[in-house]
Design a protein around this ligand. Structure first.
Ligand SMILES: Cc1ncc(C[n+]2csc(CCOP(=O)(O)OP(=O)(O)O)c2C)c(N)n1
Ligand SMILES: [Mg+2]
Length: 1009
């Protein structure tokens, strides 16, 4: 109770006043409020941020202030006085509904000597207001002074004096007031069934709830309902009472968690395992979350977590067989293909019976790279996909849990980016429970030097997620918080955070010396008993268990470990497949691994899709479409009638035909619904009605698969990660992510490097994700030109010096063996085929596709339906079909190129009338490199000089990738020279004139004989 003053004075600090005063007094505020209200009438969001400002606890507070002011203007701060005097405030009749344990202020007559029924005197009112303010202060600030740190080294630097004296001085309460009864306001549940309590009891209860081992941060939430829900779950008397059975279960789980690390430490003392010592309670915590969630209907939990405690989680949460885990320490060869990963990155997938709830549960821990937090959006995407395929629209059956380190949670921006997906209609997973294993250190850096926010969890405040800080040495407090978190998610389907404040008993890893850098902290840690011992002592002292029982539980688990250890010794190989996080049951079985289904479709299908795609909604008369779009639709219809397709139509043909075949298509990225270049227009907007839209691709066939196209948040890292996760879940879906411009994909580099490029090799996990990357040197400056295709190509895993054996299966075998496909298509038909091929393949590979900008409207970049209908297929190289191709022996020069520069080259060739002398060949699939076709084409043009022409700079584009492969394809018998821009540090010039000069030079150079 002694710290009530601190909490109270903080709540009423000048800053707190300022916050209220700003919105109340700013000139023009009322206009702004009016405007905001008008906007809200048009746009409604799902987000909590859309709730009116004067809502929830704030509104109640304002009303309380108003009532106090009515009785005595001097009792409120001068800013409130000024505001209420201005006559702008009217008490809202419905903002603070009277609840069971509330009474209007006029009813205060307790203990202050006022006669029942008579108006209370001003002291009574003041005192009640003071008590209300104290309650509120505890709710707002209690967490700042709670005992969260087991080591007690992290003292919040709070202003003010926390002595008992100053509490009484400030509130005019003396020792004699402690027994006075006070009515409890509707904003507290500490009374239980009682409507009033003595002051002493009020302070005691508040202190216990808010300043003990749990610190609840929630009063920033803009929802009165949610705030009340939290208050109720923490304040109701008795919530922290556990039955002896529950306590024994916690002890048993904690014993396993602790025993696991101890066993590994004993058997593999020099191996890195990133143990959980100091935060072992995380294991019982996760189990509690899963138990409660399962009880509430969840059937599948997808988890993402970093290195710390991962093996323990696999062993004791997922119940991955211990021998498989121990085998990872044995340094065995792998029995299957791939390069594998270190043991503390591997994923797993397990289906088992939850013994506590007696319900079946699926648990997946998603494999992840070292890159901290990179897995967060991947987990979200995978969760979302699983919800989607199960028809779990509210996230009642599938949920995600993300586990974080304290330093990474606040340091890595992707956490913020992922948080911002949490409430978006096409990305929400309906609430994630975040668990921070907060050991108060990141490697060798302590929080004072690694963050500027008071807590490592502050990022979660942006999405109004409640944050439950808890001392990791108090297992019962931790379990309570976990139970509340699981119930919160099941009730509100919003994110919440559990901050498990513990410590790290060892160094960053087991062979690291922490005393080099944290000597004082580690002196404390050395003397600190571990959580299991503390809890066992407590349970023994209170008579819940005996010392013998404690020992026997520990011994039993050690036996289990020993048996598994012996079994692991008999293993001769590790199997990467044992660690797969997303098995695709049935997908590979019975399939010819080298057979690609045809990608052409019946012409009537193309016509049907084309017609639908160019039609306004069926209720067109009422649905007002923008005039410009009517023209777009009419132009599409013309194309369909002429049986030709432009880029957007070709894409729609691919999507529509896949949807017809039952393949779910999901396209996501910034502004993808319309398309950055205004070419796609998949979503038509009613010009007069908000949110009234029509998406013809969702209405192609009555029994089609679902089509989803969604503008994303302005994030690449999280959204690409999300789509990658989505693509992992089901192979029978085409999942595409489009960058606004290709170069923006580099802000998602770790998803590209760590997951997309290498995921199959490391984790035997396949993904058919498509990355659409607008690319092309069109004079738009350095940042809107290049998708840095050279980087993708540099990561392609085909050997430049190896020409695979030629056979009918050459192309598909190459695709099978490589890590991903990199292509730059120049025709809508080829774009259509390569998209469809993603699904036609008997395996899945990511596709990196350079996509056009100006070609979207280029009159020549159109394809006849015949190039998309039955019998047609994707062309890895498009040969020269003009005079040069028809008479190759006379051709003097063959220009190989890739992408849009082809159209510039042909134009120049026409201008120079060199159609018979210069052949232009398009390498559409750059990687895996079409060795066979290059050889075949070069052989046609026996007498020609061979050049590679590209518009990208020499150190960029495809040149460095294709050059050695050309030589391999040609068996080093002929040379291929480079034509194009010089090497450059930047991707493109910012000067239009220079751009044109460079382009002309390269075209002139290429088209010359
Ligand atoms: C993106 C990224 N940057 C740096 C690292 C190197 N690194 C590995 S663990 C670690 C400290 C992480 O601290 P914290 O998140 O608190 O987790 P803890 O190890 O304390 O459990 C760092 C910096 C990394 N793995 N990932
Ligand atoms: Mg840490």
């Amino acid at each position: 109770m002694h710290r009530a003053h601190t909490a109270f004075s903080l709540a009423l600090s000048p800053m707190a006043h300022k916050n209220f005063a700003t919105w109340l007094f700013k000139s023009g505020t009322s206009q702004k409020v009016a405007k905001a209200t008008a906007a809200a009438a048009v746009r409604t969001y799902n987000s909590a941020a859309a709730e009116p400002f004067a809502n929830g606890s704030t509104a109640t507070y304002v009303e309380e202030m108003y009532n106090a002011w009515l009785r005595d203007p001097a009792s409120v701060h001068t800013s409130w006085d000024a505001y209420f005097r201005s006559n702008t405030y009217t008490s809202p009749p419905n903002l603070a509904p009277v609840q069971a344990n509330t009474l209007p202020l006029t009813a205060f007559s307790l203990g202050g000597g006022a006669v029942a029924g008579a108006a209370p005197d001003s002291k009574t009112i003041d005192d009640h207001l003071a008590v209300q303010a104290i309650i509120r202060s505890y709710q707002i600030r209690g967490h700042n002074i709670a005992h969260l740190d087991p080591l007690e080294i992290n003292s919040p630097e709070l202003p003010g004096n926390s002595s008992t004296k100053s509490i009484y001085a400030n509130f005019s309460f003396g020792e004699q007031d402690m027994e006075r009864q006070f009515k409890l306001p509707s904003t507290t549940f500490i009374g239980g069934d009682e409507a009033s309590l003595p002051l002493k009891e009020i302070l005691n209860r508040l202190e216990n709830v808010y300043c003990n081992k749990i610190g609840v941060e929630f009063m920033f939430i803009n929802s009165l309902e949610q705030c009340n829900w939290i208050r109720k779950h923490f304040e109701t008397p008795g919530v922290l009472n556990f039955s002896p059975e529950e306590k024994r279960l916690i002890l048993a789980r904690l014993t396993r968690a602790t025993g696991f690390e101890a066993f590994l430490a004993k058997k593999y003392s020099s191996e890195k395992r990133f143990g959980l010592e100091g935060c072992e309670i995380m294991i019982p915590a996760l189990k509690e979350i899963i138990d409660v969630s399962t009880e509430l209907g969840v059937e599948s939990v997808i988890m993402g977590m970093p290195h710390r405690g991962r093996l323990n989680t696999l062993a004791n949460v997922c119940r991955k067989p211990l021998n498989q885990i121990f085998t990872q320490f044995a340094g065995l060869e792998a029995a299957d293909d791939g390069s594998g990963d270190v043991k503390y990155h591997l994923g797993t997938y397990i289906e088992r019976l939850n013994r506590v709830t007696n319900k079946n549960i699926r648990l997946a821990v998603v494999a992840n790279p070292s890159h901290l937090e990179a897995v967060d959006p991947v987990v979200q995407g995978k969760t979302r996909a699983e919800q989607f395929y199960r028809g779990d629209q509210e996230g009642k059956k599938v949920m995600s849990i993300l586990i974080h380190g304290d330093a990474a949670f606040c340091g890595q921006g992707v956490v913020y980016e992922t948080m911002h997906l949490s409430d978006l209609p096409d990305y929400t997973t309906h609430g994630t429970i975040h668990v921070v294993a907060n050991n108060q250190i990141g490697f060798t850096t302590d929080p004072r030097f690694s963050r500027s926010s008071p807590y490592c969890t502050d990022v979660a405040r942006v999405v109004n997620a409640p944050i439950f800080h808890v001392n990791a040495d108090d297992p019962e407090a931790v379990m309570h918080v976990c139970k509340v978190a699981a119930e919160w998610r099941a009730t509100f389907h919003k994110d919440c955070v559990i901050d498990l404040v513990g410590y790290r008993r060892n160094g960053h890893n087991e062979i690291d010396e922490p005393m080099f850098t944290q000597p004082l902290m580690y002196q404390k840690i050395r003397k600190h008993k571990n959580c299991l011992d503390l809890y066992a002592d407590k349970l023994i002292a209170e008579g819940t268990v005996t010392g013998e029982e404690v020992k026997s539980v520990a011994a039993k688990y050690e036996n289990i470990c020993e048996e598994a250890f012996a079994l692991a010794k008999t293993e001769t190989h590790v199997k990467y497949k044992d660690w797969l996080d997303s098995p695709w049951s049935g997908f590979f079985e019975g399939k010819d691994p080298l057979k690609v289904a045809p990608t052409g479709v019946k012409e009537e299908t193309l016509i049907h899709i084309g017609n639908r795609f160019s039609m306004p909604p069926p209720n067109a008369a009422e649905f007002v479409i923008h005039k410009g779009l009517m023209r777009v639709l009419a132009a599409r219809k013309n194309m369909v009638d002429e049986k030709i397709a432009d880029w957007a139509l070709g894409e729609a043909m691919a999507f529509g035909s896949l949807l017809k075949e039952g393949i779910h298509v999901r396209l996501s990225g910034q502004d993808v619904e319309r398309g950055t270049f205004s070419h796609r227009h998949h979503v038509l907007h009613h010009q007069l009605v908000d949110k009234a839209t029509y998406n013809s691709l969702q209405h192609m066939y009555p029994d089609q698969a679902p089509y989803s196209v969604s503008n994303s948040s302005l994030s690449e890292y999280a959204v690409l990660g999300f789509e990658h996760g989505y693509s992992m879940t089901n192979p029978n879906a085409l999942v595409l992510w489009e960058a606004q411009f290709g170069d923006f994909s580099n802000t998602a580099q770790s998803i590209i490097d760590q997951f997309i490029s290498s995921g199959q090799s490391k984790w035997v996990r396949q993904s058919g994700l498509v990355m659409l990357l607008p690319h092309g040197m069109e004079g738009m400056g350095p940042e809107h030109s290049s998708c840095r295709v050279e980087r993708f190509l540099q990561m392609s895993s085909d050997d430049p010096d190896y020409f695979p054996p030629e056979s009918d299966e050459f192309a598909v075998r190459q695709l099978h063996d490589i890590n991903w496909i990199v292509a730059n298509c120049t025709t809508p038909a080829n774009y259509y085929h390569i998209l469809r091929r993603q699904i036609a393949l008997p395996f899945r590979k990511p596709l990196i596709l350079c996509t056009p900008k100006s070609l979207l409207r280029h009159p020549e970049a159109k394809s006849p339906f015949s190039e998309m209908s039955e019998g047609s297929e994707f062309q890895r190289i498009i040969p020269d079909n003009g005079p040069a191709g028809q008479n190759p022996a006379n051709v003097k020069k063959v220009v190989f190129c890739s992408g849009r520069v082809y159209y510039d080259l042909t134009k120049m060739r026409t201008e120079k009338q060199l159609e018979s002398d210069v052949a232009i060949l398009r390498v559409e699939q750059v990687s895996p490199f079409p060795f066979d076709l290059v050889k075949e084409q070069a052989n046609l043009y026996k007498n020609a000089e061979l050049v590679w022409a590209q518009e990208e700079h020499k150190n960029q584009g495809s040149w460095t990738y294709v050059q050695p492969r050309f030589l391999t394809a040609l068996n080093h018998s002929r040379d291929v020279s480079y034509t194009g821009r010089a090497a450059s540090a930047s991707t493109a010039t910012g000067s239009k004139a220079q751009h044109i000069r460079e382009l002309n030079a390269l075209l002139n150079d290429a088209i010359s004989v």
